[in-house]
Design a protein. Structure first.
Ligand SMILES: C[S@@+](CC[C@H](N)C(=O)[O-])C[C@H]1O[C@@H](n2cnc3c(N)ncnc32)[C@H](O)[C@@H]1O
Length: 243
């Protein structure tokens, strides 16, 4: 109990310090995550909601080739359960060596999983894949349009692209999408930017424009140690058009 409280305090301290401003994107990720890498998963269970649900919605069939961009410690792979061994290949791509060390400790037991240190905006698999997903990574990738274009380019026509992430709605969102209050639209982007997480009202409309929607869930989730506050997040699952 004391150990867990101590570990939570360490993570909160890192988050209060924020992501360093100097260095390359990779260096800033490493400086931010290295001191919290071992405690990352425990704390994020209470912060990053909807990950299990997104993986459940994906349901890639046996023999699929699956890619997680910005996969961090590989925690999400466990949500596939025993199905993971039925996939032809799973590639976990991330730019932060400290989190990938945790991913390697986790993934050695699956012979079909590769852990790759690379930039999600440029890395490509050897052959087109069936399913690409990002979990709370799109908001941390400065050139998010390049990451999305890259994800779509590596997918087979008809393949699945899924994202779960924090967001805020535009002031006047497209019909059918959730509205967020002006204070929420002001607060959350500023709150998360300190840690290099950039909430963007353009992410969801972009996904809806570039793919055929299969599922969309818009919701609010609690934050650890901040009773009463709830941050908006979405789960989107789309299909790359066949043409
Ligand atoms: C909030 S973490 C989420 C990690 C994991 N997907 C999860 O659900 O726990 C965001 C991840 O995006 C990674 N990331 C940020 N920019 C990246 C980039 N350009 N290429 C690859 N990974 C990136 C970070 O290193 C970090 O692991």
């Amino acid at each position: 109990m004391m150990r867990e409280m101590f570990s939570d305090c360490g993570i909160l301290w890192r988050m209060l310090c924020g992501q360093p401003r100097a260095g390359t994107h990779r260096e800033r990720l490493e400086a931010f995550y290295r001191p919290q890498a071992q405690a990352y998963d425990r704390f994020r269970e209470r912060l990053l909601h909807g990950r299990r649900e997104m993986i459940a919605l994906l349901a890639p069939p046996s023999g699929s080739r699956v890619v997680e961009l910005g996969g961090g410690t590989g925690r999400n792979l466990e949500y596939f359960g025993a199905r993971i061994s039925s996939f032809a290949a799973v590639e976990l791509v991330d730019l932060c060596p400290a989190l990938l060390e945790q991913a390697r400790l986790r993934c050695w037991r699956w012979s079909n999983v590769n852990v790759i240190c690379a930039d999600a905006t440029t890395w490509r698999p050897r052959a087109p894949v069936d399913c690409v997903y990002l979990s709370y990574a799109l908001t941390m990738i400065p050139d998010w349009r390049a990451a999305m274009a890259n994800a779509l380019a590596m997918l087979k026509p008809g393949g699945t692209l899924a994202v779960v992430d924090f967001y805020v709605a535009a002031a006047d969102p497209p019909p059918g999408l959730a509205r967020h209050s002006a204070p929420a639209r002001w607060l959350w982007p500023r709150w998360f930017a300190h840690d290099g997480v950039h909430l963007n009202s353009a992410h969801l409309p972009y996904l809806m424009q570039r793919t055929e929607k299969i599922q969309l869930h818009e919701a609010h989730a609690p934050l650890p140690f901040l009773p009463g506050l709830r941050v908006p997040y979405y789960i989107y699952v789309g299909r790359k058009p066949a043409r």
